[in-house]
Ligand binder design. Sequence first.
Ligand SMILES: Nc1ncnc2c1ncn2[C@@H]1O[C@H](COP(=O)(O)OP(=O)(O)OP(=O)(O)O)[C@@H](O)[C@H]1O
Length: 274
Amino acid sequence: MTDDAWLAALTGELRRHQVGPDLTAHVVAETAAHLRDSGEPAVRAFGTPREYAAAVADSVGGPDPSRAARPVGPVRLEVRGVTKRYRRRPVLTGVDLTVRAGQVAAVVGANGAGKSTFLRVCAGLTRPDRGTVRVYGRLGYCPQDGGTSEFLFPDEHFALVGAGRGLSRPDARREGRAYAAALDWTPPRSTQARHLSGGTRQKLNLVLARLGAPDVLLLDEPYQGFDRGTYLDFWHEVWRWRDAGTAIVVVTHLLNQLDRVDQVLDLTRAEAAA
Ligand SMILES: Nc1ncnc2c1ncn2[C@@H]1O[C@H](COP(=O)(O)OP(=O)(O)OP(=O)(O)O)[C@@H](O)[C@H]1O
């Protein structure tokens, strides 16, 4: 099945699940963008149109019922007035965001809107021209790509990153393997990162971001290359980490989880207003 046929079938399936026309158009457009960016065949990325439509319908079935009852903790990330230009082009213009312990913020926007730049600024990797970022607690960052070392085995990654977060070698390995298992992945003992598939390397990235249970997690489209089952596992983990009190910022193209997050930062609008 071609991607166009897959997307047409998805539209039909979403209609069958009584997903409204606006949301259907949105989901189909975002899914098409993801397929274009990742170059993956639709069936591998999302499963059959019927399966994916069922997952979308399930996730848009109303606000998260546990939301009202969930305790929200202290501020973990505070971004005020962040502005960033590359040459003369404004990428971020006066962006504010406050995320508390136990909250999830989604960062959305068109390609090039500045989502990765925003996360890099939050992670302290890119200096803003103006504005401040305050992180209260420890930080974990999962970049869109990169982040792994070509010649290291997964366990060596766990030991290296774990050491930076105060974990002994055995603890880092145990924790890394436990987080990997939640993503349905058993890290091979003797495969260097360069020989892992793109989706598996992204699982490794995600596990590394989570090592040592940081207070703030910055996730830049961490599910690129995940198959549908792992994609759902990923969101399940996000809700679990949130419930454990982590403040999470996740960049996403796929809007089918947005009714469950605590806030949405739309950088398209900020860019358009600039
Ligand atoms: N180091 C850099 N030097 C110059 N321009 C840059 C640099 N990093 C990013 N840009 C530009 O800033 C803009 C925002 O890039 P960014 O990667 O933050 O967007 P994005 O919203 O994450 O995009 P995508 O959805 O494609 O991942 C783009 O036009 C990009 O080309």
